[in-house]
Design a protein around this ligand. Structure first.
Ligand code: SF4
Ligand code: SF4
Length: 114
């Protein structure tokens, strides 16, 4: 189980989630943030503070195709080579130390502007 950031974060990044994550596993993309599923400890702190209600636990997908899509997409942010990067991000072990990633997944980068 992990927590996932959905479409509501696109073009609404305020980083409230980043500030409360105890293991620093929420990474900043160009248009939205992404939770590393291998680093998340499932504490739920980020879900509560998100003003866009963008964060949900993956166990609550319940046949919601869009949530399933973003769950897969969150994971792919770390496993697929993103446009402009030489290799996949992998599991860097800390978002603050890594710094912002000037890229998004194809799903997020192609999402219509708000
Ligand atoms: S559930 Fe907890 S560990 Fe996982 S991303 Fe949110 S704040 Fe970080
Ligand atoms: S708190 Fe919500 S809207 Fe803000 S960056 Fe995190 S996921 Fe995106």
């Amino acid at each position: 189980m992990t927590f996932v950031i959905g479409k509501e974060c696109i073009d609404a990044q305020d980083h409230a989630c980043v500030d409360v994550c105890p293991v620093d596993c929420i990474y900043e993309g160009a248009r939205k943030n992404y939770i590393n599923p291998n680093e998340c400890i499932d504490c739920g702190a980020c879900e509560i503070v998100c003003p866009e209600v963008a964060i949900f636990p993956s166990r609550k997908i319940r046949g919601d195709e869009e949530r399933q899509q973003f769950t897969t997409d969150n994971a792919e942010f770390f496993t697929v080579r993103l446009a402009g990067l030489d290799e996949p991000l992998g599991d860097p072990g800390g978002a603050q130390q890594h710094g912002p990633v000037a890229a998004d997944t194809p799903l997020a980068s192609g999402w219509p502007e708000k």
